[in-house]
Design a protein around this ligand. Structure first.
Ligand SMILES: Nc1nc2c(ncn2[C@@H]2O[C@H](COP(=O)(O)OP(=O)(O)OP(=O)(O)O)[C@@H](O)[C@H]2O)c(=O)[nH]1
Ligand SMILES: [Mg+2]
Length: 356
């Protein structure tokens, strides 16, 4: 299963690269690859339940879920936030982390810093990129309709709904669409439909983002989650030997490193949960959307398991950890047999029974 793709976007010099460093830096140095000028860093999602399951099963392979962060390189001369030419590339993201400058007096363009305006401007650019696509497609369908080709009419109606929302300053993620409408527009990979986690990059004197009141309010008004940290400080702490990191974090009154907080926030923003598969070969975490059923879970592991799905044998990780073995869970009747419609819960340990 491919890692979740979280793209770091934001105004010039907002601190995207500093945030990326805080996420991929380790005591052994930063872990990342480059692709077309962009930097890609993949990190494992820490999960105490998964680690405890490893201790029980002693598997040959231990595979936590992964998230890939992309430090988006802005083209040199592009207008606005600069990502207009990157539309197709950004379309591949599962979600955005929108980095907003919350340190210093002036922004990357040398103007007095206004964090709220900076965030709004990036959000507007996402919406405008979508509006352009919507209008181009509407025009095309209208021409077809004039020539007597009517099959595009349902799509036209869905796109008109999108256009109206975008013109009213809404993001497409705020628009209520039917499942059919959703399906009709899914191939456009609209940017303003993606979930956004706002990351305020604060100054060293404000590692908790206490100065971010206005930004916090603006995010709340838009229904966006906000996480604040000082990226260069967090990047520096991440280079320290593991044993020293905690005491440095404590010095700043921080409980967890930014990477951990950002991963948790990303899971919450995206409405994601984890389920686990266990055994002597492999103990592994899988990522699922909250509300997904057992067949979708099976399909994450292998399409054949979804196709031939019979049942899911399920127990909550906490129960398995307390009992110590699957056999003990079976004996106490806590290892359940669930059908196709079972809604998977965060922390479920699952074994799929399927026809080969
Ligand atoms: N004082 C201070 N400076 C910072 C902080 N974060 C970033 N900077 C500085 O701000 C500048 C821009 O940071 P980057 O992380 O390169 O920003 P970016 O968004 O990647 O910039 P581009 O890729 O050029 O668009 C650099 O000179 C950083 O050293 C911070 O928290 N405090
Ligand atoms: Mg950069």
């Amino acid at each position: 299963m491919a890692a979740l793709l979280l793209y770091l976007i934001g105004a010039r010099a907002a601190g995207k690269t500093a945030v990326f460093d805080a996420l991929v830096q380790t005591p052994e140095g930063p872990h990342f690859a480059t692709k077309g000028g962009h930097r890609l860093g993949t990190v494992k999602v820490p999960d105490a339940r998964l680690a405890a399951l490893r201790d029980i099963f002693q598997p040959q392979k231990y595979i936590p879920a992964e998230v890939t962060f992309v430090d988006v390189a802005l083209p040199a001369n592009a207008p606005g936030s600069g990502f207009g030419p990157l539309n197709a590339f950004l379309g591949e993201a599962d979600a955005f982390a929108l980095v907003v400058q919350a340190f210093g007096e002036t922004d990357g363009a040398g103007k007095p810093l206004d964090s709220v305006a900076q965030m709004e401007s990036v959000l507007l650019d996402l919406a405008m990129a979508d509006l352009e696509k919507v209008e181009r497609r509407i025009e095309k369908i209208e021409q077809e309709v004039k020539r007597g080709l009517k099959q595009g009419l349902p799509e036209l109606a869905a796109l008109q709904k999108c256009r109206q929302a975008l013109e009213n300053g809404q993001a497409l993620r705020e628009v209520v669409l039917s499942a059919a409408e959703e399906k009709m527009i899914s191939s456009f990979c609209f940017l303003s439909q993606k979930r956004v986690l706002v990351v305020a990059n604060t100054g060293e004197s404000d590692p908790h983002g206490e100065s971010c009141g206005a930004l916090r309010a603006a995010c709340a008004a838009r229904g966006l989650d906000l996480l604040a940290f000082c990226a260069p400080l967090e990047a520096e702490i991440a280079t320290l030997p593991a044993g020293e990191q905690d005491s440095f974090l404590q010095n700043y009154g921080l409980r967890e490193p930014a990477r951990q907080r950002l991963l948790q926030a990303a899971y919450a923003t995206l409405n994601l949960i984890s389920f686990f598969t266990v055994g002597p070969d492999e103990v592994r975490a899988w990522t699922l959307r909250r509300g997904d059923n057992a067949v979708t879970a099976a399909g994450k592991i292998h399409t054949d398991l979804a196709r031939g799905f019979i049942r899911a044998e399920t127990v909550a990780a906490d129960i398995l950890l307390a009992k110590g073995s699957l056999a003990a869970c079976r004996e106490s009747g806590q290892l359940r047999l669930e059908g196709k419609g079972y809604v998977v819960q965060d922390g479920d340990v699952i074994e799929i029974r399927a026809n080969a």
